[in-house]
Design a protein around this ligand. Structure first.
Ligand SMILES: Cc1ncc(COP(=O)(O)O)c(C=O)c1O
Length: 244
């Protein structure tokens, strides 16, 4: 990642996942984010954050926004495309928020007006009018202290459940002595896990056990629960042993 960013032409737009990287579930550490910010500053790159899991990864809105806040503190001008599909449970409603952060040294008012007018043109030509229902729900929650606190609690519940499922899946695989190391299941963060299963194993899981995942072996941890995690672990155990 460092070398790609280093070799990119100066003033490139670099798309970064704010937290809970999809599909790998592997995020840079805080020190690595600092190094990335330093590198991008040297190359005068423009950070564009894709933020789809704030609060849904660690359970804390602040922790999951750490990287973005770090870049803002470093004085970058940047953009954030934020989805509310997961952290508000608003799948299918196309709800989210676009943020533009002006650099501290700039004439912010001018820039905000220019960016605003460009966005208005872009919106009109691309989608005309966005659906309003999901946005109204998100707005209601974000602007009400009590509902906001309840949402934060729900985020802790949802992210905590995913972490429990990671632990349960790893424990089942270890107990079954499934060949290989399964540490990555609990080391990864967020909704997705890159299991390490290959395309053939994924196809066998589908045909033999009716377990469905993307061809690259990515699973949504949110699909696991106390009632199916053992079944899933046994199915994985079967295909891993079968391909040895
Ligand atoms: C990093 C990331 N950004 C954006 C999205 C999509 O968000 P939306 O459904 O709001 O377009 C996803 C997943 O679907 C994602 O993983």
């Amino acid at each position: 990642m460092y070398s790609t960013i280093e070799q990119a032409p100066s003033s490139s737009i670099i798309l970064l996942h704010a937290c809970a990287h999809n599909p790998t579930g592997v995020d840079p550490t805080q020190d690595q984010w600092k190094k990335l910010a330093h590198l991008m500053r040297q190359k005068r790159h423009f950070p564009f954050f894709d933020c789809a899991y704030q609060g849904f990864a660690s359970g804390s809105l602040a922790t999951d926004a750490w990287a973005i806040n770090h870049f803002v503190e470093q004085g970058f001008e940047l953009m954030i495309a934020q989805s509310y599909a997961k952290n508000f449970g608003l799948y299918g409603e196309r709800a989210g928020c676009f943020h533009f952060v002006a650099a501290p040294s700039s004439s912010a008012q001018d820039e905000v007006a220019r960016v605003g007018s460009q966005l208005a043109i872009l919106q009109r030509s691309e989608i005309s009018n966005p659906p309003a229902y999901g946005a109204r729900i998100a707005s209601l929650i974000l602007n009400d202290e009590k509902l906001f606190a309840q949402w934060e609690e729900d985020l802790r519940t949802m992210s905590g459940r995913i972490k429990e499922m990671r632990k349960a899946l790893k424990e089942h695989l270890v107990k079954l002595e499934t060949p290989g190391s399964w540490e990555h299941i609990t080391e990864q963060i967020g909704m997705f896990s890159f299991t390490g299963l290959d395309e053939k194993q994924v196809a066998r899981l589908r045909e033999e056990s009716h377990v469905y995942m993307t061809k690259n072996g990515r699973i949504s941890m949110a699909g696991l629960n106390t009632g199916n995690v053992e079944y899933f672990a046994k199915a994985v155990d079967g295909v891993v042993r079968g391909s040895q």
